[in-house]
Design a protein around this ligand. Structure first.
Ligand SMILES: Nc1ncnc2c1ncn2[C@@H]1O[C@H](COP(=O)(O)OP(=O)(O)OP(=O)(O)O)[C@@H](O)[C@H]1O
Length: 227
């Protein structure tokens, strides 16, 4: 799997003025890559991830998965590709309140799979430290627990690309490390992982880091970047 983005620019308009939330970014990731994009609030991380995940087209530039440009596909085909291949963890993922944790994850799996693997769901919950909450309803969970349900839900379809937007917001350091290590194991197994965060716990887990600053994506030099 190769994700390739060239000259990605996304403009928004504020008070009648256009501005680039992402400015001419080049980005690539391939199977086994673990990329972390650090950046302050408002620097453009979510905007970039939404474009890379096939959710929101850039104003200009191109994004391709295995040579297939994402935004030349129609909505249906792009959704299909996204659902089959990308595990996307958005910043404000919500659970369906009338369903338990397990049912929320099963629902995500049932959309694209014929068979629900209950053991896999349980194992994912265990790795994320929330196995004891399998039969709870979302209203009874903390913010950090809900965050981990969103992660499990994104991983249940065995995506070959994981795009995670602040996956450890609301998590303490121990649980953040669990999440970053789990992503590391997935990367080692051949998944491409892209994480946007300002959580410094992420240092040392990735094999490539970028820093996003006012819409500009800067590749970091050196093992842990040059922040
Ligand atoms: N729909 C929108 N319309 C106009 N401006 C927007 C829109 N979405 C985001 N922005 C602006 O674009 C810039 C980048 O936002 P973005 O959400 O990508 O940043 P971020 O780095 O993910 O921030 P955070 O870490 O707080 O989530 C910010 O200045 C934000 O206010």
């Amino acid at each position: 799997m190769i994700l390739n983005g060239n000259n990605i620019t996304k403009e928004y308009t504020r008070r009648g003025e256009k501005f680039p939330a992402v400015n001419n970014a080049d980005f690539f990731a391939w199977s086994g890559d673990y990329t972390v994009i650090f950046g302050e609030s408002g620097s453009g991380k979510s905007t970039l991830l939404n474009a890379l995940a096939g959710i929101s087209a850039p104003t200009s530039g191109s994004i391709a998965i295995d040579g297939q440009p994402l935004y030349t596909l129609n909505d249906e085909d792009r959704s299909k590709l996204r659902n089959e291949r990308i595990g996307y963890i958005p910043q404000n993922a919500a659970c369906l309140p009338a369903f338990t944790v397990t049912e929320n994850i099963e629902l995500a799996a049932s959309l694209y799979k014929h068979r629900i693997d209950k053991e896999q769901i349980q194992s994912l919950l265990k790795k994320l430290g929330i196995a004891h909450l399998a039969n709870e309803y979302p209203a009874n969970l903390s913010g950090g627990e809900l965050r981990r349900v969103a992660i499990a839900r994104a991983l249940v379809n065995n995506p070959d690309l994981i795009i995670a937007d602040e996956p450890t917001s609301n998590l303490d350091e121990d649980n953040s490390r669990k999440v970053f290590s789990l992503f590391g194991r997935l990367a080692k197994s051949g998944v491409a992982v892209i994480v946007a965060t300002h959580d410094r716990t992420a240092f040392g887990y990735s094999n490539r880091t970028y820093h996003m600053k006012s819409g500009t994506l800067i590749p970091d030099i050196g093992e842990y970047g040059n922040l």
